[in-house]
Every structure is written in C-alpha cells, then in structure tokens.
Design a protein around this ligand. Sequence first.
Ligand code: PNS
Length: 165
Amino acid sequence: MKKAIYPGSFDPITFGHLDIIKRASNIFDELTILVLTNVRKTPLFSADERVKILEEVTKDMPNVKVGCFDGLLVDYAKKNDVHVVIRGLRAITDFEYELQTAQTNRLLSQGSLDTMFLTTSLEYAYLSSTTVKEIASFGGDISKCVPDFVAQMIFTKYGVVKNEQ
Ligand code: PNS
C-alpha cells in the first residue's frame, strides 16, 4: 500500500491545502494529514480544533486520515512506517525553507523519508493561512480562501461580527 503524510500547521486549512489534499489522495492509497507544531508560529486554533476542522473537510475522502503529533515528523513517520512526505510549493519564496526541511528530514531519517512536492494550483498560489487570518482580523472577505464554516470560526476567534447580506 502506498502511504504518504501531508504535514503542516493547518492554522487553519485553506483552499490551497485542500487542493493539495485532493491531488495527493488521488496519487496515494492512504494519505494522513498530520497537524504538527511549527516552532516558528503561534497558532490561532488549538491542535484539537485544527484536527476537527480537517476531519470535517475531508469526511468524504475515504483514503484520507487526520492525525496530530507533538514531536518530530521523522519520529511519526518511523513509528507509522511511512516513507513519503507531501508538501505544496506555491512560489520560489517557499523553496529555500522547503528544501532545507526536506533535506533535514532525509538526514534525520537516514534516507528513509523522502519529500514529494506538488505545485499549488495557480488560483491558490497567493493563498496562505497567515494572510487569511490577517484579512479576517480586519473583518475582510475570506470566502474565496477557506470553507464557510472555517471562515466563521476565524471571525469568532477575532471577535468579528459579520452581517449576512
Ligand atoms: O504549515 P507549516 O507551518 O509550513 O508546516 C511546517 C511543519 C509543521 C511541517 C514543520 O514545522 C514540522 O515538520 N514540524 C514538526 C517538527 C519537526 O519535525 N521539525 C523538523 C523539521 S526540519
């Protein structure tokens, strides 16, 4: 069985992440979306909230599982016998960090964990969770960036009341 992990902060999931999930789940027999800690970021949503959101948006994808792990990706991969990591690449600005992380994970896993990159579909190339949160915090329109219920959850976090038209 071909298995892969799609790790990330997913704080929160965007349509860009969803695009990668759909495409990766068509390539692999089993895809685990793994909520991990990024020490460079302070999340808006708890890990538990992010897992619940991911479970909701992937409920109709039978070969997609959602997990959460507070540790190194390589340790999770070893424990679960997974050898492929999926990451999305939006633009050249992502490349340096992604290359460094992919090489580090190969090194830490003694070559047993490889990273495959899927290029983000062009319509989502501009999208990031950070930008979405910034727009939402000022009450802006994020309907083209995240599913409706996720948008509502973000506005609630920021105490933004949106008037339905
Ligand atoms: O969505 P993000 O924030 O770009 O995802 C980054 C993430 C969470 C995948 C990365 O920070 C990570 O792998 N964290 C787990 C800890 C780990 O394994 N660190 C070593 C990476 S070299």
